[in-house]
Write a new protein. Structure first.
Length: 392
């Protein structure tokens, strides 16, 4: 295997959202200029180090995420060009927030080689946006979608359900307005309350703000109905796309493809053999040949040891099965065959269970084990059954 997906992390935002627990920070303008300059110089060095060793030559998808990459302004296209000097990805995604994505930047990103824009819209109701600390308005979000469409990007919108003050009518209104803007892709995420965030502190004082899981499940069903009606088909538990616009980078994460993350707190996953090949560039790497797959997260300082996790063959295969249950394509026959060989009768028992409970079914055309709508709504149960196969 070779690394096919590259992720770059930009840990800066103009303002930190109330629900966010990602590794990102909002800085005053003077501090931002200094920190961004230092950070980008280090990130470019890492890109060049891996590129010069030929480690990026096989990269097919690139994703710049954050944080908010577009807070970098016209410095962002330079990062894109730096990456493209070492590889020729088929898909190059850049995350953007509406308030920092304008017409000029859209043109620069298109010229530098970005092919896809993922916009953090979240809601098209101004009061809901304010409640979660977003600093754009619905009007600004719709303008950003139009800027992206004019440049010919494949355009994706992230939306969230279960927001404080959100109700069935406002959720439907957000979906209808978003779909009327003609994005190519929509991802729908239930709001989660993460410990230590401003939202968690508010929920502690006012438990009525805690997202209602039944309401969120209803929202997900409404989203599926409206998206399908607008020509966006589900291909993953939370993602809908027009034909040819599914996010290849995210599919790489869900299908066991090796990926490399560069930047603060960026995660990577690859085979132990690939990690051995890159060991000189990844401080602290000393993998055991008995492990099948390695996951690791980059530290704030690349000179320090990374945080490593090694998966056994059983764990790696169970993870592949679990992630396959996120996608409409499901687990293909070759993955099922490998699972039968490794897990034996236990795998057959799990399959019988998920079929009996209506969590998955066998696709008569492909022979794949695919999740049902019920399986997606009861994802924790379905994923737990697959991951449980990792236990000896």
């Amino acid at each position: 295997m070779a690394v096919e997906a590259l992720y770059l992390h930009i840990p800066f935002c103009r303002a930190r959202c109330a629900y966010c627990d990602f590794d990102t920070c909002a800085l005053d303008p003077a501090a931002f200029k200094l920190e961004a300059t230092r950070y980008l110089a280090a990130l470019e060095r890492r890109i060049d180090e891996f590129g010069a060793r030929g480690m990026l030559a096989s990269v097919r998808t690139v994703y710049i995420g954050g944080g908010t990459p577009t807070v970098l302004g016209e410095r962002l296209p330079g990062i894109v060009r730096r990456v493209r000097a070492w590889c020729a990805p088929e898909e190059f995604t850049c995350e953007a927030n509406p308030e920092s994505f304008h017409e000029e930047l859209a043109g620069s990103l298109a010229a530098s080689g970005v092919t896809r824009i993922s916009l953090g819209v979240q809601s098209l109701e101004d009061d809901e946006l304010s409640a979660i600390g977003r600093i754009h308005t619905a009007t600004v979000a719709l303008e950003a979608i139009e800027f992206a469409r004019r440049e010919g990007f494949s355009v994706s919108c992230d939306l969230m359900c279960g927001l404080p003050g959100q109700h069935a009518a406002s959720w439907r209104h957000t979906l209808e307005r978003a779909l009327a803007a003609h994005p190519d892709h929509i991802s729908v995420y239930p709001l989660t309350v993460e410990a230590g965030t401003p939202l968690a502190n508010r929920v502690a004082r006012n438990p009525s703000l805690l997202p209602d899981e039944d309401f969120q499940a209803d929202c997900m069903e409404v989203a599926r109905s409206l998206c399908e009606g607008a020509g966006l088909a589900p291909y993953e538990v939370a993602s809908y796309a027009r034909p040819g616009h599914a996010c290849r980078h995210n599919i790489a994460y869900w299908s066991g493809v090796s990926y490399l993350g560069l930047g603060r707190s960026a995660a990577s996953m690859m085979s132990v053999g690939e990690l051995c090949d890159m060991a000189s560039l990844i401080p602290g790497a000393s993998p055991s040949q008995g492990d099948a797959r390695a996951r690791f997260v980059q530290d704030d300082d690349p000179a320090r040891t990374f945080e490593f996790e090694f998966l056994s063959e059983r764990e790696a295969l169970a993870e592949d099965l679990m992630l396959a249950m996120r996608m409409t394509a499901g687990a293909p026959p070759d993955l099922i065959g490998r699972a039968q060989d490794l897990f034996g009768a236990r795998f057959d028992q799990v399959v019988e269970m998920v079929l009996a409970e209506g969590l998955a079914c066998i696709d008569s055309a492909t022979g794949a084990l695919v999740p049902t709508a019920r399986g997606w709504l009861m994802g924790n149960e379905l994923y737990g059954l697959m991951w449980g196969l990792a236990e000896a």
